[in-house]
Write a protein that binds this ligand. Sequence first.
Ligand code: FAD
Length: 292
Amino acid sequence: MSCEVNCLEYDVVIVGAGLSGLAALQVIQQHSLKVAIIDDKHELGGNYLKRRWLIDHRHSFNRLLDQVIEPSTDVFLNHQAIGLYADNSLGVTDQQTMTCFRAKVVLQSTGARELPEQFEGWQLPGVITLDAYLKLRYIEGIIFPKRIGIVGAHPSLPKVAQNLREEGHEVVLASTNQSVTAFGKDQVKKLSVDGAKHDVDVVISSKGYVPVNELAHLYGYPLKYKKDSGGWAALPVDKTRQTSFFVAGRASGTQTEEESVQSGIQVAHNILTYLEKEGEEHGSESSNRMSL
Ligand SMILES: Cc1cc2nc3c(=O)[nH]c(=O)nc-3n(C[C@H](O)[C@H](O)[C@H](O)COP(=O)(O)OP(=O)(O)OC[C@H]3O[C@@H](n4cnc5c(N)ncnc54)[C@H](O)[C@@H]3O)c2cc1C
């Protein structure tokens, strides 16, 4: 891909508008920089929107975000960063057209992806991930059948099992170090745990989360764990690169919402320091515009 026409120019492009991207945005916006935030979902908030308590308060949350986002910030919803042009500009699609974003800094705050626990029979219909269960149960309002198997290493699974038992479900909870097999022809029917067979209607399976780091790989930025960056961070790069790259939130390995917000704030300060140094070295346009 080449990027010769219609390239949008920014000081900072934030990819991912979850808690970490929004936290970073809030800090960066205060410094008269040209900023864009991109998210592939139709609204801001990322996975935070899946929280049970927020479902009834979505309207208030959106109103709050409207207050937080400065009019000078460009917000691109339903836009996904999918690749790079030859000159390292970011290729972003709304599924119909491609737009090119050229930025001094790209912040990747793209969250994490859930992995299902794999065991014999894990691909049977009726075996679903924890995220899928939470979405169906709390957002779609689906009432689940009586007998539920739960398999995997995700730390929330014992709590999910407890909640389901309190709601009257029969729950079989299996950890990863047990021998687990699911049986059934067109739909999961039984779960064998260390040889003991249980009737089940649905199995929830979750191994945990892996950071979504495709952009770091595309840019060729190696990631390294750095405590002062709050998690995995892109290694400093040679000065020939036109775009500097930062990582925040679950993409950098944070586990909780609090950590994600803190990481967004911390990384935003690192970005400001970087841009300030760049401005001093090159006397660039951005340093004139910045008011640090
Ligand atoms: C159902 C559920 C319940 C949870 N409950 C809790 C809890 O009780 N307590 C707690 O501390 N944490 C909880 N979490 C985790 C919490 O949501 C996260 O820690 C936090 O929201 C992560 O924020 P983030 O900004 O790192 O990522 P996310 O919120 O995942 O945001 C990343 C955003 O980037 C977008 N994106 C990804 N790739 C691209 C791309 N290429 N282009 C454009 N956009 C892209 C994604 O669609 C998403 O909107 C829960 C998560 C889920 C799913």
